[in-house]
Design a protein around this ligand. Structure first.
Ligand code: ADP
Ligand code: MG
Length: 350
């Protein structure tokens, strides 16, 4: 299951905790000036000078947040970093350090954890973050991973959920619903595999959705783009639970309402095809499918010229007064109240 090309299966009990940590972390080097001291002492030392420090934590539990029957451990390691740095980008902060803690049962070999750390390393390199510590322990069932990410931002550049103003434009990066569509494909193939393990599925039509589910990226490029365009969003959040749910968070924190236009929602053509195949409404998937890790933000009307027609960005609506609530307006002009479906419950209802 872990790595077909690597036949060795070293039990964790052969290594002991310290040798395990040393082996897993030996290829990580410190890249950031703010990382004064990393792994090896009782605690790490950081120096952020005058910047505001931004901190976030995520916990991933096997069977709840990931399924190793279709999620390779290397991808899991990568995604575990992505979900954390995405939260920092959503504050308009730059990530610089992570700590990684895990609990693994004896089902996991050294080679399996090595694959997890390869994914962590790839993400650390891609996002320019240093691994500066963590904790390692055993578990009686499965794998649990907790990552804490630290970053920094200039005080006046931080974007909270609470700054949206009436008449601001609502913008989303990339496209929506892909990760949820990919999950439908992976769940279906898992069910097929249970019945017929020799079946070799042809997944070539579904590469985008599967990639969105298994190897998401955090939108560092969008943060850099906004900086280069000299745009400071009035509010921002990353889309982990689905657009509807994130809009409601912004609305509550900013005390505003939203008008969102259904025909503006950015959806990849492959996602529309997958929705047709599964008889799902693509608008529902775009509104409620989670794990896309795109950025949702509001900008002042004066920034319109800078962002219109940008290939990474789509204006999907505008901010209204609080009493209006959050409304989705369809092609016929019919207004539908947006409710939080959260993608997990969405999955169950299906
Ligand atoms: P302590 O007993 O003080 O908790 P540990 O023996 O757990 O220290 O950890 C030794 C060093 O290795 C520390 O710097 C710690 O941050 C780091 N470390 C422990 N586990 C991990 C891990 N899973 N990934 C990265 N670094 C780790
Ligand atoms: Mg420890």
């Amino acid at each position: 299951m872990f790595d077909d090309k690597n036949p060795s299966k070293t039990p964790l009990s052969d290594l002991g905790e310290f040798a395990l940590i040393d082996l897993l972390t030996k290829n990580f080097t410190l890249k950031n000036k703010s990382s004064l001291l990393g792994i090896g002492d009782d605690a790490a030392l950081l120096d952020y000078e005058k910047n505001t420090i931004v901190v976030t934590t995520d916990l991933l539990v096997e069977g709840v947040h990931f399924d190793l029957s279709y999620m390779p451990l290397k991808h899991l390691g990568y995604k575990a970093v992505v979900v954390n740095v995405s939260d920092l980008y959503a504050m308009n902060a730059k990530p610089s350090q992570i700590t990684v803690s895990f609990a693994a049962s004896n089902r996991f070999t050294f080679e399996a954890l090595e694959a997890l750390y390869e994914g962590l390393a790839a993400a650390c390199n891609h996002y320019g973050v240093d691994l500066i510590g963590g904790d390692t322990t055993s578990s009686t069932s499965g794998l649990t991973i907790s990552i804490t990410a630290l970053g920094s931002a200039q005080k006046n550049k931080i974007t909270k959920r609470s700054g949206a103003q009436e008449n601001d434009l609502v913008v989303v990066s990339g496209d929506l619903g892909g990760a949820f569509a990919g999950l439908q494909i992976l769940e279906r193939e898992k069910a097929v595999f249970k019945v017929n393990p020799n079946n070799q599925p042809d997944l070539s039509q579904y590469t985008y959705g599967i990639q969105r589910q298994l190897k998401p990226e955090a939108r560092k490029d969008v943060i850099d783009l906004l900086e280069s365009l000299n745009i400071l969003p009035t509010s921002m959040i990353d889309i982990s639970d689905g657009l509807s749910s994130e809009l409601l968070h912004l609305a509550k924190a900013s005390k505003v309402g939203f008008h969102i236009y259904e025909e503006k929602l950015p959806i990849d053509p492959e996602v529309i095809l997958i929705c047709e195949e599964f008889k799902l409404n693509s608008t529902t998937v775009a509104m409620n499918g989670g794990e896309d890790y795109e950025l949702l933000f509001t900008v002042s009307q004066k920034d319109y010229e800078k962002i219109k027609n940008h290939p990474y960005l789509t204006i999907i609506g505008h901010v209204t007064e609080e009493q209006t609530g959050c409304q989705l307006i369809n092609g016929l002009g019919v207004t539908i109240p947006i409710t939080a479906q959260g993608w997990q419950s969405f999955n169950k209802e299906d």
